[in-house]
Design a protein around this ligand. Structure first.
Ligand SMILES: Nc1ncnc2c1ncn2[C@@H]1O[C@H](COP(=O)(O)OP(=O)(O)OP(=O)(O)O)[C@@H](O)[C@H]1O
Ligand SMILES: [Mg+2]
Length: 603
């Protein structure tokens, strides 16, 4: 099984793990024929592979070392065990409890692999709580913190406030919420944290129901009568009418009723409305007791019923000591009517100065040379998550090699995108349709910024497809457009996403695009190819003639088409599997490198 193909998600490793736990649970206890017991053994690893998909085959062939590692891990696992590689573990840190099984070398050679056993999912409240091991001291955000504190002061006086906190992934929305939580911690108040998950988008009211179960300390092991007793006790303490409300909570929390209550006989729609109403009344009852902070994380993954509930709540909470803080990425922008107590707070990226300060703090006491800090600032683009991840990599490389290595050597070791960011970046690219993805890849070859005219010259697509692709990139927030029509210029909003787009190309396709780009530049600037230095530098690491030579028999202006490249050899470069093709060069490759979390299971 390969997670991440045909489209990457930012939680692919977690999906693989959840599938692993489900398989083990389903197989455990199944009786085999003749009284034999069945057991599942699972191996999960993560990294890049080349997926070679042929037209007549349902699934791609996966090339590279990863499938072998997964099979080897599976072979090492005992009955009902899930074994993970260290790299896969890094991607699911905080989501599971693990037991170290030491470093092992697969039979037949290869590199040593850190092996861990997944024990059980860990109980965490929000995505942020999982990752927050050692927080980098907060940089900037003074105005936002001041604004949130001011609103909380009003909430304590009985004036409800609803804050929609938006910003790109990794910009620090949850960190701000965490800062507010820490600020309010010393005061008498109640707090409820709801987390929207991508995999529960279709599960009505999941964030609120999950938070309710947590608040009532209900888990799968809690017995049915105990669950009902806890719901009753909690609602009674809030003075909510029990006869009406307990059956509604019981219905959505799958708790069997006793004979004190009648099960609601309602259509699904009516039941949903009543449950929404009951949840709102419960939250208002909580607030009536003490100022209440309700956090809803990642609204862009919310189900429709939760959104409806929040819209109803905004309309009713103006005079309640209740503060709702909901975070979301920019793709979610509800068109709720304006209200005096509804505040939209959009986070901006850190300034270069703030980014440099954060690099220094994220290096955890390691003094990095100024030239390296400058590169990190440029690569991180003011996004705190990127700052943390790439600075951590930089600090490790510098500690290992810094004394002997010069800055150039250390910074070239940073060229690879940290594994923890790969899923996030590739998922953004894979959400695009084909035209958008192709425009991103060709644009990435042209450089951090490129003009429409240059893209048009370099592309063999028609104008409509190109414009559609570019529009998708702008809408997805991957590039920023400047100017209009033929004079338009596009700028990748993150250096790292440009690099991820480049990294998603197989070598033959990448070489082909480099040649197209080189020809386009020479066509546009025939007498002085160096007049567009940024383009020239990023387009080809070799002079145009050498680049053209490397294409073998191909001459400028002439393209050979082939159905697909023939992957014949794979090797690993800086931890990424790349595939080299022989045979005809491939202008449009059907194989590409994928980042996968790969559980391998057998019964
Ligand atoms: N201003 C800041 N100073 C220092 N560290 C920060 C700052 N903002 C965020 N961070 C750190 O950057 C990382 C990413 O932040 P956070 O998780 O809050 O981003 P987010 O906007 O919630 O992302 P997502 O959309 O994925 O939920 C965290 O480790 C956080 O502690
Ligand atoms: Mg967050």
């Amino acid at each position: 099984m390969c997670f991440g193909w045909p489209a990457a998600h930012e939680d692919d490793a977690e999906r693989a793990l959840r599938a692993g736990f489900l398989i083990v649970d389903s197989v455990r206890g199944l009786a085999g024929s003749g009284g034999a017991t069945l057991a599942a053994r699972i191996g999960i690893c993560s990294g890049s592979v080349v997926a070679d998909k042929r037209e007549h085959e349902a699934a791609p062939r996966l090339l590279g070392e990863l499938p072998h590692v997964a099979t080897w891990l599976e072979g090492q696992a005992g009955p009902h065990e899930i074994l993970l590689s260290g790299r896969a573990r890094a991607l699911v840190r905080g989501t599971i409890e693990v037991e170290a099984r030491g470093e092992r070398r697969p039979a037949g050679g290869g590199r040593t692999i850190e092996v861990l056993r997944a024990l059980r999912p860990s109980r965490t409240v929000s995505r942020f709580d999982r990752t927050a091991e050692e927080l980098t001291p907060l940089v900037g955000r003074e105005a936002e913190i001041e604004a949130l504190r001011g609103l909380w002061a009003q909430v304590r006086e009985g004036r409800g406030q609803f804050v929609l906190l938006s910003g790109e992934a990794g910009l620090g929305k949850s960190r701000l919420v965490q800062t507010l939580r820490a600020y309010t911690a010393g005061e008498a108040h109640q707090r409820l944290v709801c987390q929207c998950w991508p995999h529960f988008r279709n599960s009505a009211l999941h964030p609120l129901l999950e938070a309710t179960m947590r608040a009532l300390d209900i888990d799968p092991e809690t017995g049915a009568s105990e669950r009902l007793a806890r719901v009753e006790a909690a609602l009674a303490a809030l003075r909510v009418p029990l006869q009406e409300t307990v059956p509604l909570f019981a219905a959505v929390l799958a708790i069997p009723l006793n004979d004190k209550y009648a099960a609601p006989q309602l259509s699904p729609d009516l039941l949903k409305n009543r449950v929404q109403e009951a949840l709102i009344r419960t939250v208002m009852a909580l607030a009536a007791q003490r100022p209440t902070l309700l956090v809803v994380e990642d609204l862009h993954w919310s189900d429709q019923s939760t959104l409806e509930l929040l819209e109803l709540l905004v309309a009713r909470m103006e005079d309640a000591p209740l503060m709702v803080v909901a975070t979301s990425r920019p793709e979610f922008a509800p068109n709720w009517p304006a209200r005096p107590h509804l505040h939209r707070l959009a986070l901006r990226r850190l300034s270069p100065h703030q980014t440099a300060a954060m690099v220094a703090l994220a290096a955890r006491g390691q003094a990095l040379p100024e030239a390296l800090v400058e590169q990190l600032v440029a690569r991180a683009d003011g996004i705190p998550l990127f700052v943390e991840e790439i600075t951590q990599t930089a600090a490790e490389v510098w500690q290992r090699e810094g004394r002997e290595a010069d800055v150039r050597k250390a910074s070239s070791a940073l060229a690879a995108i940290p594994a923890t960011l790969q899923e996030l970046l590739l998922a953004r690219l894979d959400r695009l349709q084909e035209a958008g993805r192709e425009a991103a890849q060709l644009g990435a070859v042209l450089g951090r910024d490129f003009t429409y005219a240059l893209l048009r010259h370099a592309s063999d697509r028609d104008e409509d497809t190109l414009r559609t692709g570019l529009m998708q990139l702008v809408e997805a927030g991957i590039v920023r457009a400047e100017g209009s029509e033929q004079a338009a210029r596009y700028v990748f909003r993150h250096a790292l996403i440009q690099e991820a787009a480049l990294g998603s190309l197989l070598r033959p396709r990448r070489q082909y695009l480099h040649q197209q780009a080189t020809r386009a530049i020479l066509g546009q600037f025939p007498s002085s190819p160096s007049c567009s230095p940024s383009c020239w530098r990023t387009t080809s690491s070799r002079p145009a003639t050498a680049s053209a030579r490397s294409s073998g028999s191909r001459r400028p202006g002439r393209r050979r088409c082939s159905a697909r490249p023939t992957p014949t050899r794979c090797r690993t470069t800086r931890g990424r599997s790349r595939c080299c093709a022989t045979g005809p060069r491939a202008p449009r490759a059907t194989a590409r490198s994928w980042r996968c979390s790969w559980p391998s299971a057998r019964r």
